[in-house]
Design a protein around this ligand. Structure first.
Ligand code: GDP
Ligand code: IMO
Ligand code: MG
Length: 429
């Protein structure tokens, strides 16, 4: 029996939330291990739609949930999300939600800096979610961050705040912004500390005990491998490692705790924000994918860019991300097309290459090499078994498996929780 890590195999929004919610029925605990409230995971259960950014998707089923140390935590966003979900009948209490006491905090000036930088970058902007994710991780790595445990020691912040504000005041001055008001900041932290602290625990201990007791741990990744700080389309990436290896370090468990790595991939490709996208379709087909797939960001409402399935990129993601099996989502969005294309390689200066080069100049030059497969006119929407899929859709899935060199473990055919085809049980491995 393996623990399972769910990670995005493209540029995020692959349907991780839906799959985590589905798998959470059989998990004993669900753990977020990186990212923050830049994530937007939509779950559809009957008539109800739940949108989660910071909370692990298991919370909707009431599965015990953990926010691990690898996450950057905005305490105000946490409170707002807990309150929003409570209004929908999903209750997060210190019994059902535990937050690592060594999580780095996202503070209001991180959000300001994210926006100031984006606004000043013109055409070169990353297109971040403006949630302060990058600046908060910078402070963590720069050893200046405040952490959840500091909320219990707000009277002793002196030297820590000196270092943090000195760094940020210099940056703010560059943008013509006033220095940080330290008294106001400490007052805001004091006001929120009482809310956050009851959830704060050394969660690594609980997780290691759970591991020893043979409990099933489900790790929930945010973003996707192509947004990984090392392996993604740098600099158009997020500021954390999104690969499965992070599940161990971002939760306080050793690498052996991660068993089956389920990579989530859409049956086509989307991207929100700037950066290279070889198979992007800026035509009626791209529009059709966006409309049928409702491709608008959960967090920012931005329109997602759409294109054909890129087998080169997903094969690369599977390799660097450590993916054991794929959950292929949104196959229903391709219903009714005469033909569907898959990118199998890139043409670069006359040669065909089978990987995405690291340098931006080469990334801009690559031209996708496509294989065209016959589409299907029957509906796959809502299919719950392999037998309900049209032959051409099965052929498409099988061809993808071959090209990405990774088996398909699940197929998702609608936003609804139960509309999922299980091919190989990740927990059974
Ligand atoms: P995440 O960030 O990876 O969790 O993905 P998002 O929730 O941001 O985006 C995926 C969107 O697709 C959500 O609105 C889901 O409800 C929806 N979705 C997930 N799986 C399917 C599917 O198989 N078919 C269709 N049509 N929609 C899906
Ligand atoms: P989920 O978990 C899609 C993108 C942003 C931007 C880049 C950097 O829902 O799949 P950041 O705010 O992280 O500094 O932005 O990363 N991005 C996402 N794109 N899905 C996400 O999360 C994303 N989280 C960040 O659009 O291009
Ligand atoms: Mg999303």
């Amino acid at each position: 029996m393996a623990n399972v890590a769910v990670i995005g195999a493209q540029w995020g929004d692959e349907g991780k939330g839906k799959i985590v919610d589905w798998l959470a029925e059989r998990a004993d605990v669900v753990v977020r291990f990186q990212g923050g409230h830049n994530a937007g995971h939509t779950l559809v259960v009957g008539e109800s739609v739940y949108k989660l950014s910071l909370l692990p998707s298991g919370i909707v089923r009431g599965t015990p949930s953990v926010i691990g140390n690898g996450v950057v935590l905005d305490p105000w966003a946490l409170r707002a999300e807990i309150e929003r979900l409570a209004a929908q009948g999903v209750v997060a209490t210190p019994e059902t939600l535990r937050i690592a006491d060594n999580c780095a905090l996202i503070l209001p000036f991180h959000r300001d800096l994210d926006a100031l930088r984006e606004d000043a970058s013109g055409a070169g902007k990353i297109g971040t979610t403006r949630r302060g994710i990058g600046p908060a991780y910078e402070d963590k790595v720069g050893r200046r961050a405040l952490r959840v445990c500091d909320l219990a020691h707000l009277d002793d912040l002196g030297p820590q705040l000196d270092r943090l504000t000195a760094h940020h005041d210099a940056l703010r001055a560059g943008f013509g912004e006033a220095p940080i008001d330290r008294d106001a900041l400490v007052a805001e932290l004091r006001a929120i500390a009482g809310f956050v602290l009851p959830f704060a625990k050394p969660v690594w201990r609980d997780l290691n005990l759970a591991k020893e007791a043979g409990k099933r741990i489900l790790f929930e990744g945010a973003q996707g491998v192509l947004l990984d700080i090392d392996h993604g389309t740098y600099p158009f990436v997020t500021s954390s490692n999104t690969i499965a290896g992070t599940a161990a370090g971002g939760s306080g468990l050793g690498p052996a705790a991660v068993g089956f790595v389920l990579g989530i991939a859409k049956a086509y490709t989307t991207r929100v924000g700037s950066g290279p996208f070889p198979t992007e379709l800026e035509d009626a087909v791209g529009e059709r994918l966006g409309t049928r797939g409702h491709e608008f960001g959960t967090v920012t409402g931005r329109k997602r860019r759409c294109g054909w399935f890129d087998a080169v990129l997903v094969r690369q993601s599977a390799a660097v991300g450590g993916i054991t099996g794929i959950a292929l989502t949104k196959i229903d969005v391709l219903d009714g097309m005469d033909e569907v294309r898959i990118c199998t390689g890139y043409r670069l200066r006359g040669d065909v290459i089978d990987y995405f080069p690291a340098h931006a100049a080469e990334q801009a030059l690559v031209e996708p090499v496509y294989e065209t497969v016959e589409g299907w006119h029957e509906s796959t929407a809502g299919a719950r078994s392999w037998a309900e899929l049209p032959a051409q859709a099965i052929k498409y899935i099988r061809r993808i498996e071959e090209l990405i060199r990774c088996p398909v473990a699940l197929v998702s055919t609608s936003p609804e929780r139960a509309d999922t085809i299980l091919v190989r049980d990740p927990f059974a491995d």
